[in-house]
Design a protein around this ligand. Structure first.
Ligand code: UDP
Length: 259
């Protein structure tokens, strides 16, 4: 079989050349990293779950008019996407204090924020993704004023939609990270949502118990990562093919640990 050309390998995904010009295949790995890849591990079945969860959320977002790179899911670990020029900026949206915000500003995790906060980080592993402001983005030309406006606008719409989606299944959307890309049509370009939306890049807390259903289970050595991701998929109404053997519900996991 002819080998597909690999375009890029990141921490959690691999990009391959797509079947048509302007398309790519996004492959979801089980690899997990945290703290700028200082902590590395594998979460068996994560790729399958993230592929499915991201497909679901991107499809729903397209339904409310958010343009995304997602075309269709191809199999358990792969999806066909539009090739974009990635904007080197990570857009973080926060509803509740957690993670780096809590640490930096001394605000207790779980404190609701007085308003939704958008933050920007420069996508550069060697620099550890430093926080930046819109001034840096504009000064260094990473995005134009109009593109920045479009990204912030979409980020707020995604937040409103996802907050409701997760609230409906008993999950608090604490914060999340988005990435955007540029697509060209002759001399014109526009910004679309890219990358993925999954428990790898969101903080999701169970509304009644406060239990973490996201990558903090890995970052903080809490265990039960797959079970948590599976719980998110299950509540979203997704039953990933083939992932069930790798997956236990949280109750079973707790029993296994004898708690
Ligand atoms: N996030 C991410 N990739 C990153 C940094 C952050 O997906 O490189 C997500 C993270 O999962 C969380 C949100 O963005 O949902 C805010 O993360 P934070 O700034 O608190 O960083 P952390 O403490 O998680 O490193």
């Amino acid at each position: 079989m002819a080998r597909r050309r690999q375009i890029y390998e990141g921490k959690a995904k691999i990009l391959y050349e797509g079947p048509e010009p302007g398309t790519l295949i996004q492959y979801f790995k089980d690899d997990a990293t945290a703290f700028n890849a200082q902590k590395k591990g594998t979460i068996n079945g994560k790729g399958v779950l993230n592929n499915r969860i991201s497909e679901h959320i991107f499809t729903l977002l397209a339904g409310i008019g958010i343009p995304t790179h997602f075309i269709r899911r191809l199999n358990m670990r792969e999806q066909l996407i539009r090739q974009v020029e990635i904007v080197p900026v990570e857009v973080v949206v926060r509803n509740v204090a957690a993670g780096s915000l809590s640490k930096r500003l001394g605000i207790e995790e779980g404190t609701p924020l007085p308003r939704t906060i958008i933050e920007y980080y420069f996508k550069d592993d060697a620099l550890g993704d430093p926080m930046i402001t819109d001034e840096h983005i504009l000064a260094f030309g990473w995005a134009s004023q109009e593109e920045l406006h479009d990204m912030a606008d979409m980020a707020i719409r995604v937040n409103d939609f996802m907050s409701g989606l997760f609230a409906g299944i008993g999950i608090r959307l604490i914060d999340f990270k988005l990435e955007f890309g540029r697509i060209w049509d002759n001399d014109y370009s526009r910004i679309i949502l890219a990358d993925e939306i999954s428990p790898d890049g969101c903080r999701l807390w169970d509304m009644s118990t406060g239990e973490k259903l996201d990558k903090d289970r890995f970052r903080r050595d809490l265990g039960g990562e797959v079970e948590a991701y599976q719980e998110v998929a299950r509540r979203l109404g997704l039953f990933p093919e083939g992932a069930d053997s790798a997956v236990l519900d949280l109750e079973t996991h707790r029993k296994r640990r004898g708690k």
